[in-house]
Design a protein around this ligand. Structure first.
Ligand SMILES: CC(C)(COP(=O)(O)OP(=O)(O)OC[C@H]1O[C@@H](n2cnc3c(N)ncnc32)[C@H](O)[C@@H]1OP(=O)(O)O)[C@@H](O)C(=O)NCCC(=O)NCCS
Length: 282
């Protein structure tokens, strides 16, 4: 089926609401979409130079992913002697050595409907949810989460316990995007459609949401999400977690500070050394 026909079929079955349940054609269309996502042919969001964010949300793909939840019935899944229960439309993916992905033993799972490119390393335990896209050479370290529809570029390091939030609904909302060569430090959280541009570095413990102002100390600007635009971390920015004094009301009286991530510099030779990964481990 061509992508165009697949899109039309998904839109039709999604619009038919509960009538799609039990309809074999709806299931066929969903399964075709699921394989197209797993092979990387279609994505929940794609690079698009014409869009103000550089990314286009493919709302029909997200509707198709939701259709899969509607069509799924709970099923017992026995894997490696353990017992799980989930929608039968979203089992765990299976890989072979020929896929060129390292999935190190120990409590990790990649859900059906996620794309994982060759050369990706998955350290246990980690989870990649449906609709996510993880590109070549990326490392998903222990306890990291790649949420539904999140788009992760090439050679990204998602460090231990990094949480990349999922955005499935509303369907026209942009997912979290981590572009090529980004280092997401340990215990970071990137949520609500935030876009982290190429080469940026998030120091350990940085949390970014739609409501988080980002203080660019280099250019003297405060970056925020506004209207349809999410929070965007500029290319090569080095972001560290900081704090700012509350200067009014009770917060001031009590001497409180609020969390305030700051761009302390743009990537330089020292950052390269700090962010270098050991190729031998890959
Ligand atoms: C951000 C990072 C890569 C350092 O980058 P760098 O370019 O070498 O940064 P520098 O050391 O030159 O620091 C630049 C400024 O940011 C500050 N800074 C650096 N890291 C910081 C952090 N984590 N928190 C707060 N401030 C930090 C430095 O003090 C310095 O400020 P100063 O000049 O006022 O002293 C490093 O701190 C980091 O977080 N690495 C990720 C570690 C990690 O999570 N590993 C995971 C393994 S699974």
């Amino acid at each position: 089926m061509t992508t165009n026909r697949l899109e039309k079929a998904i839109e039709r079955h999604f619009a038919s609401g509960s009538a799609a349940i039990g309809d074999p054609e709806a299931m066929m269309s969903f399964l075709a979409l699921r394989s197209a996502i797993e092979s990387g042919e279609v994505r929940a969001a794609s690079p698009d130079a014409a869009s103000p964010t550089g990314w286009r949300v493919n709302a029909w793909v997200k509707r198709g992913i939701l259709l899969g939840f509607r069509l799924g019935v709970l099923e017992e899944m026995a894997l490696a002697g353990l017992s799980f229960v989930d929608k039968h439309t979203y089992p765990a993916r299976h890989f072979t050595a020929g896929d060129g992905i390292r999935l190190v033993p120990g409590g990790s799972s990649v859900r059906a409907g996620a794309y994982v490119a060759r050369g990706v390393v998955c350290m246990p335990p980690m989870y990649i949810n449906a609709g996510a896209y993880v590109d070549e050479g990326t490392m998903v370290d222990s306890h990291a989460l790649v949420g539904s529809c999140a788009q992760i570029g090439k050679r990204v390091h998602l460090s231990a316990a990094a949480q990349i939030g999922g955005v499935l609904e509303p369907v026209n909302a942009g997912p979290v995007v981590i572009e090529d060569d980004v280092l997401v430090g340990g215990n970071c959280g990137v949520y609500e459609g935030t876009i982290v541009r190429k080469g940026a570095v998030l120091a350990a413990g940085t949390i970014l949401t739609r409501g988080t102002p980002l203080f660019d100390l280099v250019n003297g600007e405060v970056l925020r999400a506004a209207g349809d635009l999410p929070l965007i971390v500029p290319e090569n920015a080095v972001v560290v977690p900081g704090a700012r004094a509350v200067n009014k009301g009770k917060g001031q009286e009590w001497g409180l500070s609020l969390y305030a991530p700051a761009i302390v510099k743009y990537r330089d030779d020292k950052t390269e050394v700090s962010a270098t990964l050991e190729d031998l481990l890959r």
